[in-house]
Design a protein around this ligand. Structure first.
Ligand SMILES: NC(=O)c1ccc[n+]([C@@H]2O[C@H](COP(=O)([O-])OP(=O)(O)OC[C@H]3O[C@@H](n4cnc5c(N)ncnc54)[C@H](O)[C@@H]3O)[C@@H](O)[C@H]2O)c1
Length: 540
């Protein structure tokens, strides 16, 4: 295939060998002009979820003294079939990422079309123009078994080849800021030796100026603010790198309000990211067993959590829903464990809680599927051939990001049991994990490998029309706390279905009143962690 297709279906021809030199000269001309005007040249590598918005934030900054734009940003994206389209789209002023944050689209448009401080390209040679290189390529963790993070492995290839390419082209004095979430030790023990070797071959006597600062970006309505107006941790490989990264981040982020935390060594900021996310994954996983306890003993876990959260020291307790997704929480602990063995060289097994938490979170969705089966049994229907509507494909409420969502496991398990699946989500246009399951989220990465009979899921198209989705469903699964689902009226739902159905609440969405209404309407109701439903039924 010699073209790349955008999610909207626009086709772009991939560049050929002869296009590279011309492209470089075009960008060099623009960059030289900007440099003459006093701009700093920043190259952002990887225009994905993080890189595209980070690039725009840097391009949107103004010099704090003069109030004028001060950074010219060149986004470099590899021209793969899967991602090349991001380049021509961005160059038209269109965001290559879908965002619920109303700031993203105008910011990218403003920087590309008006301020002319942002441009995207496929040629790595532009690295030679950079004062600062920001690395935002992915570093994935491949799991080989469902519910066993231990026998997975880090895919270092994209990152390692990016380090090599950077070292081939950059000026010796350019700062290289790694923002990718990496296996601890990567900056000093992977990037440094790769780059140092290439520097030596190029006859460069100085060491590469490497720094690390991880992203805390959250997809959703505060996407931009979660990068720009949020606390950052950073570190440098030596004093000069540390000072340079502090200066750069102070210029591009709102550090007056959200001061930087500067750590001594890159391995400390790399570890901070992994521990931060493993902590979050752990407190979510911990509630899985109590959710089951509640379900089996007449307890509503949602009310229990609310009661506990009143205590300020426990205010970050949240119900895990049908599993924990997003790009980071399912993998970051794995990066840490892998680094301990494969970068840092230890053989012993010190990790107990971190892998257990990830494994629990990864498999929690199967229980939601079992509740669907059980609710259908109450309605005297087998799961096989039942029409099951999943409300919500994304990994958290009110975002369109489906990466590693709990809903995916629910759908896959139900499909294995023979159910017919339909999906509704107001924020998701395409559920690529299903539609393109042979290549998404990467070749060999699909969770389809862990289940039977997954082929037909390719046909699934996410519905936007609620009434059409509901019509004649045998079971409805509330899988994500999207606002429109919280507001759904049971009477209208059952009317749109056309008959009583099995209702499954996997995310603590239904109030007691709504549960009672569904029961009164002849529906069977099951819910994760909500053991009080039988009491509500008995009180009818
Ligand atoms: N998405 C999030 O919510 C989030 C939050 C915090 C941290 N992070 C971290 O940020 C990093 C990037 O994540 P993302 O979500 O942006 O990933 P992504 O997969 O959306 O984007 C990575 C991009 O880099 C490109 N790329 C890969 N190698 C390249 C190369 N050599 N040259 C140019 N481009 C290249 C890919 O084609 C892709 O477009 C990861 O380490 C991730 O863990 C992500």
């Amino acid at each position: 295939m010699n073209y790349s297709i955008s999610p909207e279906g626009e086709k772009f021809k991939l560049p050929e060998e002869k296009d590279y030199e011309h492209e470089f000269l075009r960008i060099k001309k623009l960059s030289d002009q900007k440099r003459k005007e006093g701009y700093e040249i920043v190259v952002v590598m990887g225009l994905g979820f993080v890189g595209a918005v980070m690039a725009a934030i840097v391009a949107d900054t103004v010099d704090k003294k003069t109030g004028k734009p001060a950074k010219f940003v060149i986004g470099v994206q590899r021209p793969s079939v899967r991602s090349f389209w991001k380049i021509p789209l961005l160059n038209k002023g269109i965001a290559p990422v879908k965002a619920e944050d109303p700031e993203v689209d105008p910011m990218i448009n403003r920087c590309v079309m008006q301020k002319k401080t942002l441009i995207a390209t496929f040629t790595d040679k532009v690295l030679s123009l950079a004062d600062v290189v920001v690395v935002d390529v992915q570093c994935d963790y491949l799991k080989n078994e469902l519910g066993n993070v231990r026998n997975g492995e880090v895919e270092m290839q994209a990152l390692e080849s990016a380090f090599g390419v950077i070292a081939e082209y950059i000026q010796p004095g350019a700062l290289v800021l790694i923002e990718t979430t990496v296996a601890p030790g990567t900056t000093e023990q992977v990037a440094y030796p790769i780059m140092r070797k290439i520097f030596q071959r190029r006859g460069i006597k100085t060491a590469p100026l490497l720094a690390h600062s991880y992203e805390r970006v959250m997809p959703g309505r505060n996407y931009v603010a979660s990068i720009r107006d949020f606390w950052r941790v950073c570190s440098g490989i030596n004093k000069e790198a540390r000072e340079r990264v502090e200066k750069f981040l102070n210029e591009v982020l709102n550090t007056e309000k959200f001061p930087l935390t500067v750590l001594d060594r890159p391995i400390e900021s790399e570890t901070a990211k992994i521990v931060e996310n493993s902590y979050r994954a752990t407190i979510l996983a911990f509630l899985d067993e109590w959710s089951l306890f509640a379900e089996r003993n007449g307890v509503d876990i949602i009310k229990v959590i609310q009661a506990i959260k009143v205590r300020p020291t426990h205010s970050n307790m949240i119900f895990p829903g049908p599993g924990i997704g997003g790009y980071c929480l399912p993998k970051d602990g794995g990066l840490g464990m892998w680094a301990y063995k494969h970068i840092l060289g230890f053989d012993d097994n010190i990790f107990k809680i971190t892998p257990m938490a990830i494994d629990i979170n990864d498999t929690r969705g199967t229980h939601a599927a079992q509740l669907v089966r059980d609710a259908l049994r109450l309605m005297h229907k087998p799961i096989a051939a039942a029409e099951v509507l999943i409300l919500g494909a994304s990994y958290r409420e009110d975002v369109g990001d489906t990466r590693y969502s709990g809903s995916e496991i629910v759908v896959r398990k139900l499909t294995e049991m023979g159910a017919e699946i339909r999906v509704h989500d107001p924020y998701v246009d395409h559920w690529w994990e299903l539609e393109n399951q042979d290549s998404y989220p990467g070749h060999g990465h699909s969770k389809k490998a862990f289940f039977r009979n997954q082929e037909k899921l390719k046909e699934i198209r996410v519905q936007k029309d609620m009434n059409r989705s509901l019509a004649n469903a045998d079971a409805v699964v509330f899988a994500v706390r999207h606002e429109p689902y919280v507001e759904l009226d049971p009477k209208k739902v059952v009317k749109a279905i056309g008959k009583p159905a099995a209702i499954i609440d996997a995310f603590g969405i239904l109030s007691d009143e709504k549960i009672k209404e569904y029961l009164d309407l002849g529906c069977a109701v099951k819910a994760m962690g909500r053991g009080h439903i039988s009491r509500l039924r008995d009180k009818k």
